[in-house]
Design a protein around this ligand. Structure first.
Ligand code: MRU
Length: 338
């Protein structure tokens, strides 16, 4: 997608692996070069890259960097898998890479890993574009003159390689000239909503940043036609794990009969799980909550779960690269996992 009019991806490889440093956005556009396995692991752990699909893509390049430096595949996978626990795309990308390397001669492993990482990136872009088309059709079918869409966290191109998941339908509609406006949840404590606002602004998509608690109010007033979010891990039964606060938005949407859509590329689906309660929820550092602009505002204990689970019954439809399904019918799009 575009930065100052120039088309870029959130992770790029041209002999070096480069990622857009999301800890600096939106204040500054800075690129980080990942030179080693440790660089890749640190980038994921410290959230220089974030968003489930981009975490997976970065991990794939992390393996390639490790193999190039003579670090064993198992060791590289162990280091990368330990960076963040919730997004299933991380494990998926490591499994994909390991599978692609099985039977490959040791001397060829690094080259094969780079090819696999590039393929994972290209597939991510293709998946997201397809989600964009399917989701755009779904949103068009609501038949609104000017669509009002609410999103939580950042599930845009910054969270993926390109296009984004939840934002892909929005970009497709905007490109097609469909009038729309996006309510962007601020998404405390890490303010990923500001990343969403930044990328929407780069594309000229009308939007308004709101405090996390404002969404229900706008839904009650009929100013939200649909909610659309991404996911870090969705179970085979359609329970959706996403950024903390997603569940409350789904409850408010349900109470106000606002459709609640989830954009879920297949690498974000955990086919081994049938119950969202089994998804590991990352607990992050207290300072993300108690410290604002460098000032510690409370000595009280802090809890900081980074994700929550929205049960399938609160999800209207799941948008995948293969089409759209009711949560309970997700498997019908992916019969190979039945
Ligand atoms: O903690 P983060 O910023 O990595 O969390 C990101 C999210 O929760 C996104 O909504 C999710 O990864 C979907 S991204 C297409």
């Amino acid at each position: 997608m575009k930065i100052a009019g120039q088309w870029r991806r959130a992770i790029e490889f041209d002999g070096e692996v480069r990622v857009l440093d999301q800890t600096r956005l939106p204040a500054a556009v800075e690129w980080l070069t990942l030179r080693t396995l440790d660089d890749a692991a640190r980038a994921i752990r410290d959230m220089h890259v974030r968003g489930a699909p981009l975490i997976g893509a970065t991990a794939a390049y992390g393996v390639a960097l490790a193999l190039r430096d003579g670090i064993a595949l198992d060791q590289a996978c162990r280091v990368l898998a330990a960076t963040r626990p919730t997004a299933i795309n991380l494990r998926w990308a490591l499994d994909e890479t390991a599978q692609a390397l099985s039977g490959v001669a040791a001397s060829e492993e690094a080259a094969a890993a780079y090819i696999t990482a590039a393929r994972i990136c290209d597939d991510d872009v293709a998946n997201n574009e397809a989600i964009g088309e399917h989701g755009a059709a779904l949103l068009r079918a609501l038949g609104k003159q000017r669509l009002q869409i609410l999103t939580h966290c950042n599930a845009g191109w910054l969270a993926t390689v390109d296009w984004g998941t939840a934002l892909a339908p929005i970009y497709k509609l905007h490109e097609a000239g469909v009038p729309l406006h996006v309510w962007v949840d601020e998404t405390r404590p890490r303010n990923q909503g500001l990343l969403t606002a930044w990328e929407l602004a780069q594309h000229g998509v009308p939007h308004t940043v709101i405090a996390d608690n404002a969404g229900g109010h706008y839904m009650q007033r009929g100013q939200v036609d649909a909610c659309i979010v991404g996911t870090d891990r969705t179970t085979r039964t359609g329970d959706v794990c996403n950024k903390i606060g997603t569940y409350l938005k789904a409850l408010a949407a349900h109470d106000n009969r606002v459709p609640f859509y989830v954009a879920a590329p297949s690498p974000s689906i955990d086919w081994t799980l049938s119950d969202g309660a089994a998804i590991p929820i990352e607990e992050r550092a207290a300072d993300e909550v108690h410290t604002i602009r460098g000032v510690k505002l409370t000595e009280s204990p802090v809890a900081n779960p980074a994700f929550d689970v929205t049960p399938a019954r609160l999800v209207t439809q799941i948008i995948t690269e293969r089409g759209v399904a009711l949560p309970a019918a997700l498997l019908s799009l992916f019969p190979e996992h039945a």
